[in-house]
Design a protein around this ligand. Structure first.
Ligand SMILES: Nc1ncnc2c1ncn2[C@@H]1O[C@H](COP(=O)(O)OP(=O)(O)OP(=O)(O)O)[C@@H](O)[C@H]1O
Ligand SMILES: [Mg+2]
Length: 364
């Protein structure tokens, strides 16, 4: 079922491009033969335009077709003997120069088109790689962090269990050995304290994540993020629209971390729209100056939305409804925004979808 459709989709542009070649040559001929325009003696530039246009839009094939049609039309209507495809010997140089010029213009145009196409493809590939890299970096950082926390905490916990068992053994039996039991209990307290120290160290580390504190233009930061997210949006057939305030004051903070927040929200929005069929998949990113010296960033999607149960849990670490999700995007984003003295929340909006918003104090 899908094969013929794919074939049609692949063929459609080339059929269109060959049609353009035929129509543009016909238009050139029509204009050249139009009596009021007086171009009968110099129609060459019109045919060259047709060749250039066809090669630019369609590449080598349509360019060649336009060249052949133009040469035939030129020979038939403008080179003696008129109304014949033959060419007089004294007119031959004129005809050959015309054909050579058409071939040259067509190939230059086709070459230009193909280099533009490869450039576009390379740009696209670069963006996709950057987006994947951003994701992989985050996954790796989280994975490594989780592994090292697990390792650090596991050891004292194993000690707690071991000493707990030993303590029970010393207490059991006819005459419990209270001295040994006391020592085991003390070891339990020591290991428990160690585990709790590790957790406090990790907390302190997480709090210190604002490493840079610079002036950040959120509009510019968002534009950079969108360059990364466009490829993902295109893959999911979603459109991204921006409404960025013209006179937005800068905020203070870590540009990369703030971009991470926007990227997380944008990717979530795109993912939430990937199954939507009955309405446009549109993501809107808005910046505004809020009250009390604040910059407000809003990311609104037309996706599946949030039910009450999900809404209560979305900011929890490791909460995810996606098969490939980690459930870390929103919890990391919320802690980054809070480290910047801001607030990230879900806000109500009319219509389907979800709107996330965060506000940051302006730089002064
Ligand atoms: N824009 C949205 N629309 C609907 N549901 C959303 C939206 N954003 C987040 N959610 C819900 O919140 C959950 C948690 O999001 P979060 O970004 O923290 O993790 P994730 O996207 O599942 O995985 P990842 O760690 O890769 O970002 C998602 O799995 C999804 O159920
Ligand atoms: Mg996410």
């Amino acid at each position: 079922m899908s094969e013929p459709r794919l074939l049609w989709r692949r063929n459609k542009p080339s059929i269109r491009n060959y049609t353009v070649a035929v129509l543009s040559t016909a238009a050139a001929l029509g204009i050249a033969r139009w009596p009021e325009v007086h171009l009968e003696s110099a129609p060459v530039s019109l045919f060259l335009c047709a060749v250039m246009l066809s090669a630019w839009l369609g590449g080598v094939g349509p360019g060649l077709l336009a060249t052949v049609l133009s040469a035939a039309a030129f020979a038939y209507h403008f080179v003696s003997p008129i109304h014949s495809l033959a060419v007089d010997s004294e007119q031959m140089p004129r005809f050959v120069v015309f054909v050579l010029a058409a071939v040259l213009v067509g190939s230059l145009s086709a070459a230009q088109r193909s280099s533009m196409q490869s450039l576009r493809k390379a740009e696209e590939a670069l963006r996709e790689t950057q987006a994947e890299l951003a994701h992989v970096t985050r996954v790796m950082t989280m994975g490594e962090l989780a592994a090292s926390i697990a390792h650090e905490v596991n050891q004292p916990l194993a000690g707690v269990v071991l000493n707990g068992n030993a303590c029970l053994r010393w207490l059991a039996g006819e005459s419990p050995n209270l001295a040994e039991a006391r020592e085991a209990a003390q070891r339990i307290i020591r290991d428990g304290t160690r585990a709790s120290d590790i957790i406090s160290r990790v907390r302190a580390l997480a709090k210190k994540t604002v490493t840079e504190s610079e002036r950040v233009d959120m509009n510019e930061a968002i534009r950079e993020v969108l360059a990364l997210a466009q490829a993902e949006a295109r893959r999911n057939k979603a459109a991204i629209r921006t409404e960025l305030a013209g006179d937005l004051p800068p905020v203070r903070g870590d540009r990369v971390q703030l971009q991470q927040v926007v990227l997380n929200l944008v990717i979530n929005g795109i993912e939430a729209m990937s199954t939507v069929q009955d309405r446009p998949r549109e993501l809107v990113i808005r910046t505004q100056t809020g009250e009390a010296h604040q910059v407000r960033v809003t990311v609104q999607d037309s996706g599946i939305g949030l039910d009450r149960q999900t809404l209560e849990r979305i900011f929890d670490a490791f909460y995810t409804t996606k098969p490939e999700g980690l459930g870390m995007g929103l919890s990391i984003s919320r802690s980054i925004v809070e480290n910047h003295a801001g607030r990230l929340s879900v806000v109500a909006h009319d219509g389907p979808g979800t709107t996330f918003q965060f506000a940051l104090p302006t730089y002064h």
